[in-house]
Design a protein around this ligand. Structure first.
Ligand code: AMP
Ligand code: ZN
Length: 461
């Protein structure tokens, strides 16, 4: 398996620490609000990586954290605490808020066929592990106390910045710009541990009084606990490269005296109009919203898989419609294969198996793998093609076996014609005609679900 390593900036053959086993850590969600589809792109990437590892026959030990304390301000852990704010706004406790959004997160990931890592670790369950880590760093001289917390002294870690190649840190690190703490030795020093003001709801005892962990220490402490002092792969979004992962590297290597992670893998952004989809920009969509518009979770998964994880992906409804149509067609073609008695030359099938496996093993080139599947489907339908697609679906995770249940493709031509006329009327803002045609469709047993740029038909049960 070949993977692109952000640290070395090139593709490398994956060589695991433990033969036949991959151990990987993925930065998980912060759970003070609802995860959006940009986040979901990151977890579809994580899931695809997991699937390729399993497809190749490795044993897999995956860990993902749930950030229910820390990282609740900015990436630099400065500014106002969003969990605290959400608690004040809703009158709920931070624990209730975290539980609520964690549940929703897993509801979404389940719908998107995102497999759960073997270990899902909540930050608040690991306060002791983090505290030990910070105490050891202080003992070794990497951490120092200020009036508001314990900070990591980056001048003691000369290779700071090696992941991002960002060596002039004092110029551009986020923490430096908003720096209000003149007790820090270097502008880019970051908080390992924070002293809690009285009103801060989440706080624990520590040698430095009532306090709570910084965000970065969570991932260093939990990855070490579950995966050991050196493990294979660490994943996250590209936004984590310059601060969060740089800080994780500093903490872990300072403590261990050697690198903890062999391969760093990062997924590019999902964008909207050229800007990152993010909570702070207010340009997010949730899975519920997409479903209300008539898109299925698999339409979204297909949309993501069709672009390589290291390329930016612009979220558009035209793109979602194209994905929906392609996915629907894929299911229709496979439905025809499932019950076919025809045969396909075994060489065509084995060539496909090889081409697909080569593609996905080449730094997760899923778009190429999908292309191979489409090429295979140009052959006359056969059960052997269906079976090959099911093997590929172990990596794709597109529920291709559901093809037989796909109803949208059975739309009779006369129903389609009425729906098209209605869509044209709606586009022309001819509401009376469009409503009348919607009723006509309903009387024939069909419901129309409108989206921004199209519609889908659903048969009423
Ligand atoms: P957060 O909950 O903000 O810490 O984000 C969870 C994961 O989603 C991280 O790995 C982020 O890098 C990733 N992420 C956030 N926004 C996007 C986006 N627009 N596109 C892709 N990944 C994202
Ligand atoms: Zn992390």
């Amino acid at each position: 398996m070949i993977v692109y390593n952000t640290l070395t900036r090139r593709k490398e053959e994956l060589r695991t620490v433990h033969p036949g086993e991959v151990r990987m850590y993925s930065c998980g969600p912060t759970v003070y609000s609802r995860a959006h589809m940009g986040n979901m792109r990151a977890y579809i990437f994580m899931d695809t990586l997991r699937r390729v590892v399993l497809f190749d026959g490795y044993k897999l030990l995956g860990v993902m954290n749930i950030t229910d304390v820390g990282h609740l301000t900015s990436d630099a852990d400065e500014g106002e605490d969003k969990m605290q704010k959400a608690a004040e706004k809703t009158g709920k406790s931070p624990w209730e808020i975290a539980e609520h959004f964690t549940k929703l997160f897993f509801r979404d990931t389940d719908k998107l066929n995102i497999g759960r890592p073997e270990i899902v670790a909540k930050a608040t369950d690991h306060i002791g592990d983090m505290l030990e880590f910070v105490e050891a760093l202080v003992e070794k001289g990497y951490g120092y106390e200020t009036s508001d917390g314990i900070y990591f002294d980056i001048s003691k870690f000369p290779s700071y910045g090696k992941l991002s190649g960002n060596t002039r840190l004092s110029d551009n690190i986020a923490g430096a710009r908003v720096d209000v703490n003149d007790e820090k030795r270097n502008p880019a020093d970051f908080a390992l541990w924070k002293k809690a003001p009285k009103e801060h709801i989440m706080q624990w005892d520590s040698p430095w009084g009532r306090s709570y962990p910084g965000w970065h220490i969570e991932c260093s402490a939990m990855s070490r606990k579950y995966l050991g002092d050196t493990f294979d792969i660490h994943t996250g979004g590209v936004d984590h490269i310059p601060i969060h992962h740089e800080n994780e590297i500093a903490q872990s290597e300072a403590l261990l005296g050697h690198p903890a992670v062999n391969y760093w893998m990062h997924v590019e952004f999902m964008q909207v109009d050229g800007r990152k989809m993010s909570k702070s920009l207010g340009n997010t969509y949730t899975l519920d919203q997409l479903e209300e518009m008539g898109y299925s979770p698999m339409d979204f998964r297909y949309f993501c898989l069709n672009t390589h994880y290291r390329k930016k992906l612009n979220f558009t409804f035209a793109g979602m419609d194209a994905a929906k149509t392609a996915y629907s067609r894929l299911l229709a073609l496979l439905a025809a294969c499932k019950n076919s008695d025809a045969e396909t030359d075994p060489k065509i099938i084995s060539d496909f198996d090889k081409a697909f496996s080569d593609a996905v093993n080449d730094d997760l080139n899923i778009p190429l793998g999908l292309g191979e599947l489409w090429t295979l489907l140009k052959n006359p339908p056969s059960r052997a093609i269906y079976d090959a697609a099911m093997r590929a679906d172990k990596v794709l995770g597109l529920s291709l076996d559901k093809c037989a249940d796909k109803k949208e493709d059975d739309v009779p031509p006369e129903v389609r014609e009425i729906a098209e006329t209605r869509f044209a009327a709606k586009k022309a803002k001819n509401w009376a005609e469009s409503d009348a045609l919607r009723e006509k469709l309903a009387s024939l047993g069909w419901a129309v679900l409108d989206s921004k740029d199209g519609y889908t038909l659903k048969k009423n049960k």
